[in-house]
Design a binder for this molecule. Structure first.
Ligand code: ADP
Ligand code: ADP
Length: 226
């Protein structure tokens, strides 16, 4: 089944076409990556899914429903942006609980139980009372992922979550992100400019160029340009 679908979506900023007549489906439970050089429209595509941007033209559907005019807070998505800063004046537990956004936690859990479950999921059990400033970059990003997942969204959006990390930490976080995604089976759209990373982590990827995909395929079917 299809989780989300772009149908002829265009996004223009003045004279710049950031996303150009994009048609694309992401399947339920799929790890889908948008990869390509800076400026090819990856972040804009992610922001359209989150609802932070409205298309200039075209339709966006979630599970068959038109969400083109639906505001971000009414979309069932969790978002982790590049260098998504944790709140420095809050503990780790408070940061994750903040992701609930005053909604009731899923499955009848208390807020504290939900936070504990999420910290376990991201392999940071017992970190509730820690201060964000004392954590590594990879730990911070896993907390940001826990916060995004707190309300139990259908879709997880990740924009270059590894970009601030060195190569070794990136490799580790990549495995951790993939493990979290597998465990939850959550539909995930991931943005990166790193083709190796995209090939390693994705079920399918869209190789973007100037606002539209050049190839959409599983990693083994992607042909490399010299
Ligand atoms: P990326 O790292 O994905 O290339 P950027 O750092 O270029 O993203 O952009 C970060 C944010 O700034 C994005 O949310 C994007 O919408 C916005 N942005 C990018 N280019 C421009 C621009 N020319 N004018 C205004 N905002 C922009
Ligand atoms: P990527 O994430 O692949 O780097 P973006 O989606 O950030 O690409 O940007 C695609 C194009 O749209 C770029 O030319 C960028 O400068 C432009 N753009 C993005 N956001 C804005 C914005 N808010 N205002 C003006 N131009 C923007």
């Amino acid at each position: 089944p299809v989780a989300l679908e772009f149908d002829g979506v265009t996004k223009r900023y003045g004279g710049t076409t950031a996303v150009d007549d994009l048609s694309l489906s992401v399947r339920e439970g799929e790890f889908f990556t948008l990869v390509g050089p800076s400026g090819c429209g990856k972040t804009t595509t992610l922001r359209l899914i989150a609802g932070f941007e409205r298309p200039t033209d075209g339709t966006l559907r979630f599970g068959g429903d038109d969400v083109t005019g639906v505001p971000p807070e009414d979309r069932d998505v969790g978002v982790v942006f590049q260098n998504y800063a944790l709140f420095p004046h809050m503990t780790v537990g408070e940061n994750v609980a903040y992701g609930l956004n005053f909604a009731d936690p899923p499955n009848g859990l208390s807020s504290a139980e939900r936070v504990r479950e999420l910290l376990e999921l991201v392999d940071l059990e017992g970190f509730e009372d820690r201060e964000p400033e004392n954590l590594s970059g990879g730990q911070k990003q896993r907390i940001a992922i826990a916060r995004a997942l707190a309300p139990g969204p259908e879709v997880l959006l990740l924009d270059e979550p590894m970009s601030a990390l060195d190569a070794q930490l990136r490799e580790r976080l990549r495995l951790q992100v993939k493990a979290i995604q597998r465990e939850l089976g959550i539909t995930t759209v991931y943005v990166t400019h790193d083709q190796e990373e995209a090939l390693a982590i994705s079920d399918r990827l869209a190789v973007m160029r100037a606002g539209a995909p050049e190839q959409v395929a599983p990693p083994r079917k992607i042909y490399r340009r010299p």
